[in-house]
Design a protein. Structure first.
Length: 120
């Protein structure tokens, strides 16, 4: 899969999780701990999959430490990766696109939660 396709998949995943959280909240059901762990793990794997696909498409050599950091502290490692893997003059634009994607994630969360709230 291409990196942009993985990002779309991540947005759909976030919308689905937000809808699930809204559904459980409306019914006053607490989310099981195994579900929290599983959904966090899947989210981290999707971020790593994007990182792997993007770095492969750019022929960027990944270090083992950065591989672990992307999964463990993605909010720090992904901006670092973007700054290191892009050419001069394109780094700031890549960071700006990251913030734009963060806004898209918030929109996906709202859409997921509202769709369940309106239906249910």
């Amino acid at each position: 899969m291409k990196p942009n396709q993985i990002l779309v998949l991540l947005l759909l995943y976030i919308a689905a999780l937000s809808g699930l959280a809204s559904f459980l909240d409306m019914r006053r059901i607490t989310e099981p701990q195994w579900s929290v762990v599983l959904t966090s793990l899947v989210g981290s794997l999707l971020v790593f999959w994007w990182y792997w696909a993007d770095s492969t498409s750019r022929s960027y050599r990944r270090s083992p430490l950065l591989n672990v950091a992307v999964v463990a502290v993605g909010f720090l490692a992904v901006p670092y990766y973007l700054a290191r893997s892009r050419q001069r003059g394109r780094r700031l634009f890549a960071i700006a696109k990251l913030f734009g994607f963060g806004l898209l994630m918030v929109v996906a969360m709202v859409i997921g939660a509202l769709s369940v709230a309106l239906i249910g």
